[in-house]
Design a protein around this ligand. Sequence first.
Ligand code: DX5
Ligand code: ZN
Length: 212
Amino acid sequence: MIAPSILGCNRGALAEESRMLQDAGADMIHLDVMDGSFVPVLTFGAGTAAAIAEAVDIPVDAHLMVSHPDRLISPFAKAGCEWITVHPEVTEHLDRLLGTIRDAGCRAGVALNPSTPPGFLRWVAPKVDLVLIMTVNPGYGGQKHLTYVHSKIGEVRRLLDINGGGDAIISVDGGVDDSNAGTLISLGASVLVAGSFITGSADPAEAIRRLR
Ligand code: DX5
Ligand code: ZN
């Protein structure tokens, strides 16, 4: 699946831009929600997510780069986000948080910063629907893809498979383009999040085709 990040889109027209990306062949819309605390930048909240979810027929994934994700599960679920992804680095109660996401009717994702070890998945694998492996430090689009993280993809797949998370899927986020997409898929990813490669292109439909 190809999940364009709308971080680099026209902020005054995010619903229209998301619709355009759907028509260009996207399978999912990736929302980078930033609070100015967990990461320096502030992006948008649940109201904007609702306008985007209303404008498209494909699933919306809210990637919550925020210091208090527990406060945002209900608003983003009500906004129509099918997937909600949280960072384990900022919660002492990941098990509970994953349960809250599923109880809200959503699919539960965990996003791992490049330096975050994946071993904790042993304990929460059955409660996870998606693992978002960050190949940049979160906060900005257009950063250099960190290839040293590639070895984590197979490790995550193994941890999921042997601990009851065999149905969970792996997504990779950060500096994804047509030069690394094939490698990422061959290592075990099934969702590619791409921001600047798609939305910075003069022809987003062609960029999505090239990734596919
Ligand atoms: C980084 C975000 C990513 C990013 C993707 O903080 O989580 O989703 O915007 O953009 P590119 O593909 O430009 O790295
Ligand atoms: Zn993201």
